[in-house]
Design a protein around this ligand. Structure first.
Ligand SMILES: *Cc1c(COP(=O)(O)O)cnc(C)c1O
Length: 401
């Protein structure tokens, strides 16, 4: 491995987090001592089965549901795929082939919906406005007699805005339409209560709250039919075949407990640091904070700086030891601007110059000081070299920000 000379400041926690010590420690016995298959009838298997069900109960407690409503998956993407496909299939059986979602969902949702559109479903993508928030009234107005599903993310992974999930849940309940939410960025970070918020299906992923990658869960309310995506054995009450990844499932339960126990304290700290970042970076001329300032996760800041390319900014920041992102890990490598930023109504040119900083409880004031010094310097440097910026400064083109 390359020798690390500079201290790394990791502010890309919306892409993934480091596993917590508690989660790692919790997983270890399930790789060594308790290695049984939970489906085996002998003692080694039954001990594993008990641990599996204990983890399920802990997660159910945190979501406020019955353990029988929690299905383990390989992560957020699989949970999103299963929830949406299942609701679509069951809707279609009753002649319902309309789905409501938003323009700025994660690709695990959007690409599943695109596929359903090719299979004859109609999808309404609600606009999220400049604030990056969809209103419950928009959902209500879009519901039709043939609506099979409403799927709206809990918190956006690029800009961090939190949606009025309880209000949307109430609307869907009143209209009798199943409601799924991709809560991958929310669980472990902000309070989530599936019963209190009238959520019918919810996706979560352990690696977004300091658990391991490759494990997640789907909550599906009892009474709602859930179809399986993976065929095979009878694991997860027949809804998700495959031998359960017990070490990771136990680690996920531990990480979620830890995240929920420290949620208020961590959120308070992150919110203070995020406010410092927003205030400091907003001083850069021709910049904008993306998404509503109030209704947001405590840990995510996303800003655009006119006249620069986000990619150049990231590389220069990486040279200075700052690991950030331009938005989504999924769009990096593609030249298209983020669909999330475009959904806010930002022009293409501006959407290209984005920076997402996503904090964790490990982020310090000293880290924020380094970022607040580095970003304005790199932005100024890149603008200095940019012909686009020169044209803007000469007044040949109007500033968009
Ligand atoms: C990370 C993420 C996913 C995908 O979860 P994986 O466990 O990586 O498959 C889905 N939705 C949102 C909002 C995410 O942030």
């Amino acid at each position: 491995m390359k020798e690390e000379k500079v201290k790394r400041i990791y502010v890309d926690n919306a892409a993934t987090t480091a596993m917590s010590k508690r989660a790692i420690k919790a997983a270890l016995p399930y790789m060594q001592e308790v290695y049984g298959n939970p489906s085996s009838l002998h003692t080694v298997g039954q001990v594993a089965k008990e641990a599996l069900e204990a983890a399920r109960a802990r997660i159910a407690l945190r979501l406020n549901c019955d353990p029988r409503e929690v299905y383990f998956t390989s992560g957020g993407s699989e949970a999103d795929n299963q929830a949406i496909r299942s609701a679509a299939e069951n809707g279609a059986k009753r002649g319902k082939k309309h789905i409501i979602s938003t323009a700025f969902e994660h690709h695990a949702v959007l690409h599943t919906l695109k596929k359903l559109e090719r299979d004859g479903f109609t999808v309404t993508y609600l606009p999220v406005g400049k604030a990056g928030i969809v209103k419950a009234e928009q959902v209500e107005d879009a519901i039709r007699p043939d609506t099979a599903l409403v799927t709206v993310m809990f918190a956006n992974n690029e800009i961090g805005t939190v949606q009025p999930i309880a209000e949307i849940g109430a609307v869907c309940k009143a209209k009798g339409v199943p409601f799924h939410t991709d809560a991958v960025q929310a669980v472990g970070h902000v309070p989530v209560d599936v019963k209190g918020m009238n959520i019918d299906m919810l996706s979560l992923s352990a690696h977004k709250f300091h658990g391991p990658k490759g494990v997640g869960a789907l909550y599906c309310r009892r009474g709602l039919i859930l179809n399986n995506l993976v065929e095979g054995g009878a694991q997860e009450r027949g809804k998700r075949a495959g031998t359960e990844n017990l070490p990771w499932i136990v680690a996920m339960a531990e990480a979620l407990d830890e995240a929920c126990e420290s949620m208020d304290k961590v959120a308070k700290k992150e919110r203070r640091l995020v406010n410092r970042l927003i205030d400091g970076l907003s001083k850069i001329p021709h910049s904008v904070l993306n998404g509503d300032r109030e209704n947001r996760l405590p840990s995510i800041v996303n800003m655009c700086f006119e006249g620069i390319e986000g990619e150049g900014l990231l590389l220069h920041l990486d040279d200075r030891g700052i690991c950030a992102s331009s938005g989504s890990a999924c769009t990096s490598g593609s030249l298209d601007p983020s669909h999330v930023l475009l959904s806010l109504g930002l022009p293409h040119e501006v959407a290209h110059g984005s920076l997402r900083l996503s904090l964790s409880e490990k982020t310090t004031d000293a880290d924020v000081d380094v970022i607040l010094k580095a970003v304005p310097e790199v932005v100024a440097y890149l603008r200095n070299m940019s012909p686009v910026w020169e044209a803007l400064e000469k007044g040949e083109k109007p500033h968009l920000l």
